[in-house]
Design a protein around this ligand. Structure first.
Ligand SMILES: Cc1cc2nc3c(=O)[nH]c(=O)nc-3n(C[C@H](O)[C@H](O)[C@H](O)COP(=O)(O)OP(=O)(O)OC[C@H]3O[C@@H](n4cnc5c(N)ncnc54)[C@H](O)[C@@H]3O)c2cc1C
Length: 433
């Protein structure tokens, strides 16, 4: 144990079981359960990402305590190609062999087991990567920023939410004004933007007319510019993730940084929602697997009344119920991801609007279901570990906390339900009944 690291100060769990809960063993549990569901190339990618995380944790003596800065790790994960595998990234000379939504699921699993808060911060960078990837138009500065995000030179952030506009994201108050040289002058306030205080660049939305979704635009901002003022919002459930509260004051955005001009912002916002919601579903599912791996190892080793506690039905049947629910959702999610990847391949890298639209309901379903599952599973798995599951020397504590915010991030539970009910209405009309 490192002297300046606090993770193991009040250790309750015995050494033998603590050792069994190592990253290596939790990966082993995951791999054994997922083996039959994955293709050989998928399994190889998962194993290689896991190997990197295990080596990295060991080499840097990481104990996932609150005094470690997870933003210090980003560049090393970037060099390893583990920031985003959503695309091949040939335009920035990366040319990954394994890429797509299914690969993203495996990347999330590996990173989430390593550190759930690190994985969440990485997810926000992915949200900034996607719009730059789709709208770089070969403009050098955009490609340069894309490369910085993907290689881990800087984290990214996305600025949608405002203090007065959360769920109602298309009626923005942050204003932009077009200047003669084609640049925009932006004024307004944004909040809860994951990574923003640490990000070199962010993707932001603003509108030419208050509350008018038809006049929205999407821009890239260099956070070293005048007019960028960002304070940290501290969220106790994720104390190592930095969220921003920004005041944008006469911030000038040059033409090359405008990803979607006035009138295109809302379309760009909606285009990002399917991958965003699926991304949150991937991360939530990974949190569940991490929690189940902890609990499965623990209850197979912890003895009470002279028996492994798994053998008591109250423990074993609850854990297997959670395990069954999680396995089934994971298989569904994997199938969705593979289908999504097939369609992207078929249509040359970008989904036609009607297909993307058809996926909106599924993305909301997965976001809704997986975040609710994370809330249940992370709590119940920790509960099955008794006092040991709740004290500070395990990641179960982080998982329990992080699972409490998944339903809010990226559109709340009620908003997903609203989207699903509208999708059902559309579907019903299509039936002609
Ligand atoms: C940890 C964290 C990270 C985040 N990261 C980002 C980020 O990177 N970028 C970003 O832009 N934003 C981010 N957000 C903001 C997040 O997307 C918003 O918090 C979320 O959309 C809800 O907005 P709100 O907080 O203003 O709540 P409100 O919109 O005020 O909602 C309050 C409650 O009312 C309910 N409600 C609202 N409208 C309706 C309705 N029509 N029907 C039924 N119920 C309704 C909601 O479900 C919720 O329960 C983050 C938030 C958190 C907590």
């Amino acid at each position: 144990m490192e002297e300046n690291k606090t993770k193991y100060m009040d250790k309750a769990i015995n050494d033998e079981i603590l050792e069994k809960l190592s990253l290596k063993n939790r990966y082993q549990f995951l791999n054994t359960t997922m083996m039959t569901a994955l293709e050989p190339d998928q399994f190889n990618f998962l194993r290689s990402a896991e190997k990197f995380c295990m080596r990295y944790e060991k080499k840097n003596k990481i104990v996932h305590s609150n005094d470690e800065d997870l933003y210090d790790w980003i560049s090393d994960f970037g060099k390893e190609g583990l920031i985003s595998r959503a695309h091949p990234f040939t335009e920035i000379d990366m040319d990954y062999d394994s890429y797509g939504m299914a690969t993203e699921l495996l990347r999330c699993l590996a990173l989430n087991f390593f550190d759930p808060q690190f994985s969440m911060g990485g997810g926000a960078t992915v949200l900034a990567i996607n719009p730059v990837y789709y709208h770089h138009e070969n403009i050098p500065i955009r490609l340069e920023i894309l490369k910085k995000f993907v290689t881990g030179e800087t984290p990214g952030a996305i600025l949608i939410t405002e203090p007065e506009r959360g769920s109602d994201a298309v009626h923005m108050l942050t204003l932009l004004e077009e200047k003669d040289d084609g640049s925009y002058l932006v004024n307004g306030e944004k909040i809860y933007n994951t990574n923003a205080p640490k990000a070199g660049y962010v993707v932001a939305y603003a509108t030419a007319e208050e509350n008018n979704g038809n006049t929205m635009a999407q821009v890239l901002i260099d956070t070293s510019w005048d007019g960028w003022n960002c304070d940290r919002v501290f969220i106790p459930w994720v104390p190592r993730v930095y969220l921003g509260h920004e005041h944008l004051v006469n911030l000038r955005v040059p033409k090359d940084y405008i990803l979607g001009p006035i009138g295109k912002g809302r379309e760009h916002l909606f285009e990002g929602l399917v991958p965003e919601r699926i991304g949150i579903a991937l991360d939530s599912t990974s949190q569940c697997w991490n929690a189940i791996a902890h609990a499965a190892i623990y209850v197979n080793n912890r003895k009470q009344f002279n028996q492994e506690i798994l053998k008591f039905q109250g423990v074993g049947f609850l854990l297997t119920d959670l395990w069954a629910r999680l396995t089934n959702v994971t298989l569904g999610l994997l199938r969705f991801c593979e289908k999504y990847d097939e369609k992207i391949e078929k249509f040359g890298g970008e989904l036609p609007k009607n297909i993307s639209q058809a996926m909106v309901a599924s993305a909301s379903m997965f976001k809704y279901h997986c975040t609710a599952l994370s809330k249940d599973i992370c709590y119940e798995a920790a509960n099955l570990m008794g006092g040991a599951g709740l004290c500070d020397n395990l990641l179960t504590h982080d998982l329990l906390n992080i699972s409490r915010i998944q339903e809010i991030v990226g559109g709340s539970r009620q908003i997903q339900q609203y989207i699903m009910s509208m999708a059902m209405r559309t579907l019903y009309k299509m039936t002609g009944i």
